[in-house]
Design a protein around this ligand. Structure first.
Ligand SMILES: Cc1cc2nc3c(=O)[nH]c(=O)nc-3n(C[C@H](O)[C@H](O)[C@H](O)COP(=O)(O)O)c2cc1C
Length: 307
């Protein structure tokens, strides 16, 4: 068996909250990232935005994952985040293809404005004493493969590492993961490159490890089971129950500004997670069709008990 580099939980908006991060750490993820947090909201100290940066005391290796387009505002946001003392590093998003984000000149829009991306990383690096990384893609589309220039600029800006989702923005989350380009990227820079894209099991992790990446980020497979980080089969029911308990604890922290009770917020959020845990098992489709009828924690526990 090939030795694998460390496996990290990739950032996922609305999903990589403390409950999911803790479960993934417990099952072998050696680093986790917060969901994507708006630098402007941090600078304005919006309670809703700051809530996205809550951590639980038992979390060990969390990085804050920020987005924005103004170098000075991102630097200011990074300073505020660093002062929280909760994070091992700051990660900047330069890969999100969602129009709401790119319309602001952030996320993957930065791949079309590389001097700005360099200015952002440079000013964040200067603003904080934490390592600063970037999560991005190979380029806007296969005709514009900007990854080489990105790596040169990230090295010049003082980035600690670059995570490359080995697809182009135009591919969304589907289609070929360009492992040969990932290998070329590893060879083209002194920066540690972390690989990302459709790693779901040991075989796909080994194929990515063969490119020479220093770490592998896993996203969607972790939504189905946090135990993907140990490649062990863990029964979904105890996982779902543990997740539910953590979710309730997390939502209790949100009471101050949420109009929902912790139980209501937990039920609403958990409906999104529940089906994935049981996907493929007998009864899973019935559960999926029934999600909207789950209104209380007891309803959810009863639905889980079928499995
Ligand atoms: C629901 C969802 C939310 C995501 N949110 C983010 C995000 O906030 N920031 C980011 O850099 N990537 C985000 N991604 C992309 C993932 O981090 C990852 O790059 C992508 O899913 C490919 O990895 P995978 O094949 O392991 O899923 C998101 C992906 C999903 C499925």
């Amino acid at each position: 068996m090939t030795d694998l580099p460390p496996l990290y939980l990739a950032p996922m908006a609305e999903f990589t909250t403390p409950p999911m991060r803790i479960l993934c750490e417990q099952h072998g993820a050696q680093r986790t990232y917060t969901e994507m947090v708006n630098a402007e909201g941090i600078c304005r100290r919006s309670p809703k935005t700051l809530f996205l940066l809550e951590t639980f005391p038992e979390e060990r290796h969390v990085w804050a994952h920020l987005y924005g387009h103004d170098p000075a505002r991102l630097a200011e946001a990074a300073r505020i985040v660093a002062d929280m003392g909760r994070f091992e590093g700051i990660d900047i998003n330069a890969g999100c293809p969602v129009p709401r984000i790119t319309a602001q000149g952030a996320g993957s829009a930065l791949l079309k404005d590389l001097p700005r991306l360099e200015a952002i990383i440079s000013s964040v690096v200067k603003a904080v004493n934490l390592p600063v990384s970037v999560k991005t893609r190979l380029g806007p589309n296969p005709q514009v493969p900007v990854w080489q220039e990105v790596l040169q600029r990230m090295e010049a800006a003082g980035a600690a590492s670059v995570s490359l989702h080995a697809r182009y923005t135009s591919q969304g989350h589907a289609g070929t993961v360009h492992l040969e380009t990932l290998k070329a990227a590893v060879e083209a820079t002194h920066l540690p490159i972390f690989g990302n894209g459709s790693v779901v099991d040991r075989a796909s992790a080994e194929a990515m490890a063969a490119t020479g990446v220093k770490a592998i980020l896993i996203a969607r497979a972790a939504l189905e089971t946090p135990s993907v980080f140990s490649f062990e089969h863990v029964a979904p029911r105890p996982l779902a129950e543990a997740h539910l308990a953590l979710e309730l604890r997390y939502r209790e922290k949100a009471c101050a500004f949420s109009r929902l009770t912790p139980e209501e917020a937990t039920v609403l959020t958990f409906r999104r997670h529940l089906f994935r845990y049981f996907k493929g098992l007998p009864g899973a489709n019935t559960l999926r069709g029934n999600l909207m009828n789950l209104h209380s924690l007891d309803d959810i526990l009863r639905a889980i008990s079928i499995f």
